[in-house]
Design a protein around this ligand. Structure first.
Ligand code: ADE
Ligand code: ZN
Length: 326
């Protein structure tokens, strides 16, 4: 079996995926029609023509307006189910997926329609696809902190549906410390904590320091800049804190997949994992991300297996799902 076929067949775990980033152009157009929302394009080609990104900010400027097509509980379910079907085709057995409720609530959508719509899909995926999934509420760091406080307050009533809290969006001027009180609140209520430290952003190392030292996150999303600071790297290794890396997304955000750094960290025993981030926009789900890394950094089958072992290890999956995977 060649290595691409091996990669495709490998049972996988996905830990860094934004559900709103799985909105493929076809579904975007269907939902726009269903809800009478004018998105400014009417064909798949026109939609794809707007996907020109060379930075996190230029991506986010396309990503957020597209969310207007998501209106009802059924829309959120349909979006997540479309992703879970795709994931199951790629042999993903467990997925922990982000969503951005502040953006939806700001448009007048009820918080519970977002959470329950996504949760409907989690249940359906378990029944129909044998895929286990967890929802991670992501705080949008460049929206007013009061709106983050509101969704955290609401999240506390949804402990059955939501497994953890994250932090995403534009890092400039929005360090993790700004949300420390909310992470503490969520953790005290039993939620896991993860924070995006996107690669090569302004103040990335200080953001990483805050995430690791001040907030003591359970894992870091992206975070490969840790190689630049031996003290932070030692802390990460000592605690076994995992990194959720996304090679194809890296290429769009910084013009560099960071494959050698990811492979180097893997070979040094850091719990790195490979994931998709926003596959509908960046053009690659988890298998394509693994293949990209494998080709660029010359990984072998044992290393591909190790990436999946790392992922199930640092996942927040229930014990029975972990045992079955390993
Ligand atoms: N939201 C969706 N994708 C993101 C990314 N790659 N970085 C930060 N925020 C995001
Ligand atoms: Zn992300």
């Amino acid at each position: 079996m060649d290595l691409d076929a091996f990669t495709a067949a490998l049972p996988k775990v996905e830990l860094h995926l934004h559900l709103e980033g799985t909105l493929e152009p076809e579904l975007k157009l269907d939902l726009a029609r269903r809800n009478g929302v004018d998105i400014g394009q009417s064909t798949v080609e026109e939609v794809r023509a707007t996907y020109r990104f060379d930075s996190l900010a230029s991506f986010l400027a396309v990503y957020y307006p597209a969310m207007d097509v998501l209106v009802t509980r059924a829309d959120f379910r349909d979006l997540a189910m479309a992703y879970f079907r795709k994931a199951a085709e790629q042999n993903v057995r467990h997925a922990e997926v982000f969503f951005d409720p502040q953006v939806h609530v700001a448009r007048g959508v009820a918080f519970e329609d977002v959470v329950l719509g996504y949760h409907d899909a989690v249940e359906q995926a378990r029944r129909e696809l044998g895929l286990s999934a967890g929802l991670i509420l992501c705080l949008v760091r460049d929206l007013p902190v009061e709106s983050a406080e509101e969704v955290v307050e609401q999240m506390l009533g949804f402990g059955e549906q939501i497994v953890g809290i994250g932090l995403d969006s534009d890092e400039r001027g929005h360090p993790p410390a700004k949300f420390a009180h909310l992470f503490a609140r969520a953790r005290a209520a039993g939620f896991k904590v993860t924070v995006h430290c996107d690669i090569d952003q302004e103040d990335t190392l200080e953001h990483l320091r805050q995430a690791l030292e001040d907030i003591a996150v359970d894992r870091v999303d992206h975070g490969t800049n840790v190689v630049e600071d031996p003290r932070l790297l030692a802390l990460l290794q000592e605690r076994g804190t995992g990194l959720t890396c996304c090679p194809i997304s890296n290429s769009f955000v910084t013009d560099d997949s960071k494959a050698p750094v990811i492979a180097d960290l893997l070979r040094r025993g850091v719990k790195v994992t490979v994931n998709s981030d926003d596959p509908a926009y960046f053009g690659g789900y988890v298998t394509e991300n693994l293949i990209t890394l494998t080709r660029a950094a010359d990984l072998g089958p044992d290393e591909l297996i190790q990436l999946q072992r790392n992922a199930i290890d640092i996942s927040w999956a229930p014990a029975d799902v972990k045992e079955e995977f390993l």
